[in-house]
Write a protein that binds this ligand. Structure first.
Ligand SMILES: [Zn+2]
Length: 467
């Protein structure tokens, strides 16, 4: 019966489609939504309807315009009644876009379905959705190339391949139509600005396409595995063992060398764990009876897994023990995340607000200096690394720092992933694990001007270096 209804609706739609506004004015009723690709007009109606119907979780914003002036809608989906997670920590951030290529409708619809799953699931009171939206912000830009979408072409209106137009090794591969320069097109420029200003700390970025059924992780530019290969391989194995047999590969080897893609930009410049999610290209024709959400059910299972587990897609350091003795700190740190950090250290902020770092193995000429190392704490005695799901023990010499005072506070300061571009976090060490084996009063000496500045530096370092 459902099939018959679908056929009837589609038949009437075929007639009315000569006048697109008829469809646009009524939005995209569910039955049509399940059997028809979005145009810019129907997408605009749907996202605005969601924003009206679910103001508590849907914040609809415009990231910019296409070359022809169409709005780039971004759905920001979370339980906006709370700014933080129930435990008081920052919410995790996921960024998703679709529709770089205007003729890859199934990929665009996967972005739409992802938004729909969480928005309408919230409305239906589904526990999985409530748990995700309580702890996570989803930012979904469903249709980047709205101009190309409506005329069913890969290119934007300037005949540019938007997914070769990003500022990461732009135009350095054999490629076609990458544009006149990186970010020459308003669509890609707007997308990069959104990434840099609204979601710079995202721990997952998925960009949706249609082609060969595959998920691609960085790099497209190089055949080598990315520095965070461990994270990508874990996800590949977990998805393939438990959810879907979809091939998951490095883009260069899985597809072909490609440069200036949003995926390589997202990882190489923004530091996000990034996937290109390609649905297969068996796009159906008018009158098909299989519902879209059934057609993409397996792909949605993978998306739900990636989103539900976003907490793990970075290093998550916790201090198991921290013993202060004779000006040194013996520390044991575990990494609960699935990503390795190779660049971590401990800082101490004294009662007076001065920030101290370890002094390294050469106290006469401390190498733990940001001017020399550029926040690279791999110099001996300056910091440490912790592999994914592993632990590290290390002793750090703090020299003259007043660390035996119980009034100060220790902080972990580390990069969330191995890739250079990944962001830094500063997290306080829980007082309950800190032990003082040395009660000898130390003569307080003044910290250097440099060290006093660290406090300010640490506070501002979360801001990304402009690429
Ligand atoms: Zn594509």
């Amino acid at each position: 019966m459902r099939r018959l209804v679908a056929a009837v609706v589609l038949a009437s739609l075929a007639v009315s489609s000569v006048s697109p506004m008829v469809v646009a004015q009524v939005g995209q009723p569910d039955i049509v939504q399940e059997h028809w690709y979005h145009s810019y007009a129907t997408l605009t109606l749907d996202v605005n309807e969601w924003a009206n119907d679910y103001p508590e979780i849907v914040d609809l914003v415009v990231a910019g315009q296409t070359e022809l002036g169409r709005d780039l809608w971004v759905l920001r989906i979370s339980d906006w009644s709370e700014e933080f997670k129930p435990d008081g920590s920052e919410k995790d951030v996921v960024y998703i876009d679709g529709g770089h290529h205007g003729n890859e409708h199934l990929g665009t619809e996967l972005a739409f379905l992802t938004a729909e799953f969480y928005i309408e699931g919230w409305g239906a009171g589904e526990q999985e959705v409530i748990d995700v939206l309580t702890t996570t912000e989803l930012h979904i830009l469903i249709m980047l190339n709205a101009d190309g979408n409506d005329i069913d072409t890969r290119w934007n209106i300037n005949q540019v391949d938007l997914n070769r137009n990003y500022d990461h090794y732009w135009n350095t591969c054999p490629t076609t139509q990458p544009g006149s320069s990186a970010f020459s097109e308003s669509e890609t420029l707007a997308n990069s600005i959104y990434m840099n200003t609204e979601v710079p700390d995202a721990d997952l970025y998925v960009t949706m396409h249609t082609g060969v059924w595959i998920m691609l992780y960085p790099w497209g530019k190089w055949p080598e595995q990315p520095s965070d290969w461990e994270l990508f391989h874990f996800i590949k194995d977990d998805v393939n063992s438990n959810i879907s047999e979809i091939p998951i590969r490095n883009a260069n080897q899985g597809l072909y060398p490609n440069c200036g893609t949003s995926r390589d930009y997202g990882y190489g410049v923004m530091g996000f764990p990034t996937f290109t999610f390609e649905t297969d290209d068996e796009q159906w024709l008018l009158g098909t009876v299989e519902a879209l959400s059934d057609r993409l059910g397996e792909e949605m299972d993978v998306m739900r897994y990636l989103i539900e587990n976003v907490w793990y897609w970075r290093a998550r350091l916790i201090v198991d023990s921290l013993v202060v003795e004779n000006g040194e700190v013996r520390i044991s740190v575990s990494n609960l995340g699935r990503a390795t950090t190779s660049n971590a250290t401990l800082t101490y902020v004294s009662e007076e607000g001065e920030t101290w770092l370890p002094i390294g193995f050469d106290p006469e000429d401390s190498p733990c200096d940001s001017a020399e190392l550029g926040f690279n704490y791999s110099a001996p005695g300056c910091g440490f690394g912790v592999n994914a799901t592993n632990s590290t023990e290390i002793t750090l010499d703090f020299g003259k720092a007043p660390i035996s005072s119980t009034e100060g506070q220790f902080f972990l300061f580390y990069q969330k992933r191995v890739i250079d571009a990944s962001t830094w976090v500063t997290e306080p060490v829980n007082d309950s694990v800190v032990e003082f084996d040395d009660r000898v009063e130390r003569a307080l000496s003044s910290p250097s001007v440099f060290l006093s500045m660290m406090c300010v530096l640490l506070a501002s370092f979360g801001k990304r270096k402009e690429d």
